[in-house]
Write a protein that binds this ligand. Structure first.
Ligand SMILES: Cc1cc2nc3c(=O)[nH]c(=O)nc-3n(C[C@H](O)[C@H](O)[C@H](O)COP(=O)(O)O)c2cc1C
Length: 150
């Protein structure tokens, strides 16, 4: 693998129980410090008990952080929406950009719910690839990009 290679993983998962604001803060702080060390950038959204996270960076680092996250008991049912090599980062500037429910705009909440519904519907069908771009995943993710030109 050439040095400088980049990998991206996007997944959705469900919070276990009710996660309080302090617990979400702890997750966010841990994510930020862990990712800064591993050269990982990305986005973490939380809405109605569900997480949507994108991780991007060196392939080995992204895989190992994703494995660690998968084992975290504060959430479950991780479904991968995208896992692939990328040319460049979408969120070059932030080790983990976190947006909690209260900071989501109405349209973003709707897009999150629609995506979650599509993912859940599809995950019951064995052998069907998880939905991605076809269900507004990238539109939703890009709307949080700090580098986006409005
Ligand atoms: C939804 C969710 C997202 C997380 N995102 C990250 C992340 O991006 N980077 C990270 O290092 N840890 C993240 N964590 C925390 C890890 O699961 C784990 O607790 C942390 O890396 C410490 O792992 P360790 O105790 O094995 O060192 C996340 C946890 C949850 C529940």
């Amino acid at each position: 693998m050439p040095s400088g290679a980049l990998h991206r993983i996007v997944y959705m998962s469900t919070a276990v129980g009710v996660l309080r604001a302090e617990e979400l803060d702890r997750i966010y702080l841990r994510a930020k410090s862990g990712n800064a060390r591993a050269g990982i950038t990305g986005l973490l959204l939380f809405y109605e008990g569900a997480f949507l996270q994108m991780l991007e960076g060196p392939p080995a680092g992204v895989m190992s952080v994703a494995e660690r996250i998968r084992k975290d008991r504060r959430h479950s049912g991780m479904i991968t929406l995208e896992a692939r090599a990328i040319e460049e980062r979408a969120f070059a500037d932030s080790p983990m950009h976190f947006v909690a429910a209260r900071n989501l705009l109405a349209g973003e909440k709707q897009a999150f719910s629609d995506l979650r519904q599509a993912v859940n519907a599809r995950s019951h069908m064995i052998g069907t690839p998880a939905p991605g771009a076809d269900n507004g995943l990238w539109e939703l993710i890009s709307s949080f990009n700090p580098l986006r030109t409005a």
